[in-house]
Write a new protein. Structure first.
Length: 154
């Protein structure tokens, strides 16, 4: 049996700041937005009766690549400081983008934490040969790292 990963859900501190990143910078759109009262049985955090807001963002493909943003509304507690490092348990999201330079410029306008400014690199391709990309490395407002790659010709 093979699983298909359709969505990753991230715990966020401030939904509105997160939405700026996912909508304005990555160009995703809202697929779902609602409040959910937790049962306390499934998630490894929170308790029965906790009120959350779940927003599911959709990328280009309507079946895969969705990102859920989950914010605790009640009870809420002060979140820890944002960690802009790559530690165990933290993912690296790789996004194929059409214009890395535009993403870089928009990220600067919104004071997004930029780990790596625009650069170009060549990597070995999975099927042999090479892949050339223009990239920018960004952290979302909660410290989740995104490597945004634009494929270049030849």
């Amino acid at each position: 049996m093979t699983a298909i990963i359709k969505r990753t859900t991230l715990k966020v501190r401030d939904m509105e700041k997160s939405l700026v990143f996912y909508e304005q910078i990555l160009g995703m759109r809202k697929y779902y937005d609602d409040k959910i009262t937790l049962s306390g049985n499934l998630l490894p955090g929170g308790n029965a009766g906790d009120l959350t807001r779940l927003v599911i963002m959709e990328a280009k493909d309507p079946e895969i690549g969705k990102i859920g943003l989950l914010q605790w509304l009640n009870p809420s507690s002060p979140p820890p400081a944002v960690n802009y490092n790559f530690e165990y348990g933290q993912p690296v999201f790789v996004a194929e983008v059409s214009d890395a330079e535009k993403i870089y410029e928009i990220a600067k306008l919104h004071d997004i934490e930029i780990r790596a400014p625009l650069s170009e690199a060549t990597y070995p391709a999975a099927n042999g040969g090479e892949v050339k990309v223009r990239s920018v490395g960004l952290f979302d407002p909660d410290g989740h790292f995104f490597e945004c790659n634009q494929r270049l010709e030849g």
